[in-house]
Ligand binder design. Structure first.
Ligand code: C2O
Ligand code: CU
Ligand code: CU
Length: 429
């Protein structure tokens, strides 16, 4: 609803019961429902306000992953909402069209709360994206694909399995909370808004018959131009928008393939990187609508590398810590000057898979192992995979909002690692 020019989202985190697998009904958590939550949508320049009531028996939060906003509105561990309480942040959308998402972020409990089912997409629109000939008929040719892996027992209940290496790996793949999902495509181009909302598992998405996909957007919005790819790797928290092209009557499976993640063979097996998994069956109807040709130019490329660099920082991820420190709610790790450009050198210093996510901003990948990033990493990102022992340089700029008291977070988005302390806090002043 829109009240006085502000788009208002009334949200309730709640318990529920959902039959996800045939075996029975699971106790789940959701936002305004039993499992997952509504797709929120707002336009650049719009003022948004959220009223989040927590009807769960536990303290939780909702964090707007990828959103540029004041620290008090971020929904991280410092914005805890106790059972029965309501939290009401508001901010103005000031970033390009993108597929963002929201999920809980309570201190030390994020993995469990996401696994129980809390989360959803937050789609941003803007005039530039709206002017392009892209599929944008939500639910028809523009589809959310929230990918999660979970484990169920014989009664259909959700099971928390043992955590090894990167956390829990489920044996059942869900798309938008549905097992064995099927989508009926109505147009020759379908835009899939892929979100890896798993707690630990990474996916390398591709199509069963080997056809390529057109990658049009990553975490922070449209790429400069479509990139033709056979596989797109998404580690937990990352998003990608791809165009799947079909002809009438065809059916293909979106699948996750064994991934080249720079891991040892045994680590690849224990972390799921060696798995091949069916994600989504797509069947094209017989009278398929013909979509317009894809635009050849989509957006401006990030340009932070042309800015003067005000500071360089290094972050080393190892053994549940960043730079040797475990997350401490009372410690500020970094103080950043607003409206300056920084280079962060991030390194995964041991053999486990980790990624790196930064709140409040979208960054530009400057180099990976000293090389320029591949085209699929040439757009705005907020989360990036860190292969073991590879130096990754990103350029970032924190604008508009300062708050010396309330921090933002950076962390590994493998949620068990985050909960164990692989997270740090920064303020922008
Ligand atoms: Cu998606 Cu700090 O999180
Ligand atoms: Cu985030
Ligand atoms: Cu990690």
């Amino acid at each position: 609803t829109v009240r006085d020019g502000t788009r208002v989202f009334d949200l309730v985190t709640q318990t529920g019961r959902t039959r996800i697998v045939d075996a029975g009904v699971a106790d789940t958590w959701g936002v305004n429902g039993a499992l997952l939550g509504p797709t929120l949508r707002a336009r650049r320049g719009e003022r948004v306000a959220v009223n989040l009531r927590n009807d769960l028996p536990e303290t939780t939060t909702l964090h707007w992953h990828g959103m540029h906003l004041p620290a008090v509105a971020d929904g991280g561990p410092h914005q805890a909402v106790e059972p029965g309480r309501t939290w009401s942040p508001s901010w103005t959308i000031a970033q390009p069209a993108a597929t963002l998402w929201y999920h809980p972020h309570p201190h030390g409990q994020t993995e469990r709360h996401v696994y129980r089912g809390l989360g959803g997409l937050f789609i941003l629109d803007d005039d530039e994206e709206s002017a392009l000939a892209l599929p944008r008929d939500y639910g028809i040719d523009d589809i959310p694909v929230i990918v999660q892996d979970k484990t169920f027992d014989d009664a259909g209940q959700l099971v928390e399995t043992d955590r090894v290496d990167n956390g829990m790996l489920g044996d059942t793949i869900l798309v938008n909370g549905t097992a064995a999902p099927v989508f009926q495509a109505a147009a020759t181009h379908t835009r899939l808004r892929l979100l890896n909302a798993s707690t630990a598992r990474s996916y390398a998405f591709g199509v069963s018959d080997g056809r390529s996909l057109e990658l049009i957007a990553t975490d922070g919005g449209l790429l400069p131009a479509p990139v033709t790819i056979e596989r797109i790797l998404l580690t937990p928290g990352e998003r990608a928008e791809v165009i799947l092209q079909l002809e009438a009557g065809e059916s293909v499976t979106l699948r996750s393939y064994p991934q080249e993640m720079g891991l040892s063979d045994s680590r690849a097996r224990s972390t799921g990187a060696a798995d091949e998994l069916d994600i989504l069956l797509v069947r094209a109807v017989a009278d398929l609508r013909t979509s317009p040709a894809l635009p050849r130019v989509l957006a401006n490329a990030p340009d932070l590398h042309t800015h003067r660099v005000a500071a360089t920082r290094s972050f080393e991820l190892r053994s549940d810590r960043i730079n040797g420190e475990s997350m401490d709610m009372a410690r500020i790790d970094d103080v950043i000057t607003v409206d300056t450009t920084e280079i962060w050198e991030v390194r995964n210093a041991h053999g486990q898979p980790h990624n790196f996510h930064v709140h409040d901003t979208q960054f530009q990948v400057v180099s990976i192992g000293g090389e320029s990033p591949p085209p699929e990493l040439s757009g705005w990102k907020d989360t990036i995979y860190l292969p073991p022992d590879v130096d990754i340089r990103i350029a970032l700029r924190f604008t508009d909002y300062t708050d010396p008291a309330v921090p933002y977070m950076y962390h590994c988005h493998l949620l068990w690692h985050e909960d164990k302390g692989m997270m740090g806090q920064f303020v922008v002043v």
